[in-house]
Design a binder for this molecule. Sequence first.
Ligand SMILES: C[S@@+](CC[C@H](N)C(=O)[O-])C[C@H]1O[C@@H](n2cnc3c(N)ncnc32)[C@H](O)[C@@H]1O
Length: 245
Amino acid sequence: MQKGEEWFDQWFNTPYYHILYQNRDFNEAETFVKKLSTHLNISNVDKVLDLACGKGRHAIFLNKLGFNVEGIDLSTESIQHAKEFENEKLKFSTHDMRELYKKEEFTFILNLFTSFGYFETEEEDLLALKMIANSLKRDGYFVLDYFNTYKVINSLPEKLVIKRPEMDFNVHKYLKNRHVMKEIAFSADGKDYLFTERVEALKNKDFLKLFESVNLKVINTFGDYNLNLFDREHSDRMIFVVQKQ
Ligand SMILES: C[S@@+](CC[C@H](N)C(=O)[O-])C[C@H]1O[C@@H](n2cnc3c(N)ncnc32)[C@H](O)[C@@H]1O
């Protein structure tokens, strides 16, 4: 598949994606980055990269806490919005995480709210992780916040209708091979649409293998935004803190 034709390049760039997810929890995002910045001991001189930042909710709040932050995302639409919040210590750019952004520039790289596992091949996952390892300074930290795959798989298949003032979304989630699929059907402006989100059902052991292959060492695995430890039966999230060796 050509770049630009992939599902994540198309869907995340539509206005409908932002309508569906308009109720994203900003308070939760703020509590999380506050706890994370304390836990990681981020200082005012460190550079932080929010990788796949979307419209920049975490990056903007981290900057409000006084940190030096850059946000990158593939979606031009989201970056255009995020740029309105730029200042001397907060910058945004459009960038594909499979390509090197800046070599050994960042002490912290964050990839939050299941913004990984979208690619067609495992080689592309590795390309993204190599990019992350190359962009980190030595001893720098990478934080990857993913859904708890074990719990998600147990809840499938699932069908639901999500109502928004603009339209209703018919959502069907199911497991197909090694992917969690989410079909999103809706009508807008007299046309019917169907988009499919596809995220790899990567488990703890899969991530450990991927991290090891790019020399990133797991330091902590948390299970929620309050930084309680990961428990595969009960946790909502699977949040890895890994360090460049
Ligand atoms: C679930 S959203 C999360 C956005 C943001 N982290 C948040 O919590 O609001 C996933 C994001 O990943 C971005 N993305 C998808 N593929 C990407 C790629 N190859 N390189 C960079 N960003 C990508 C999408 O454009 C989208 O903004």
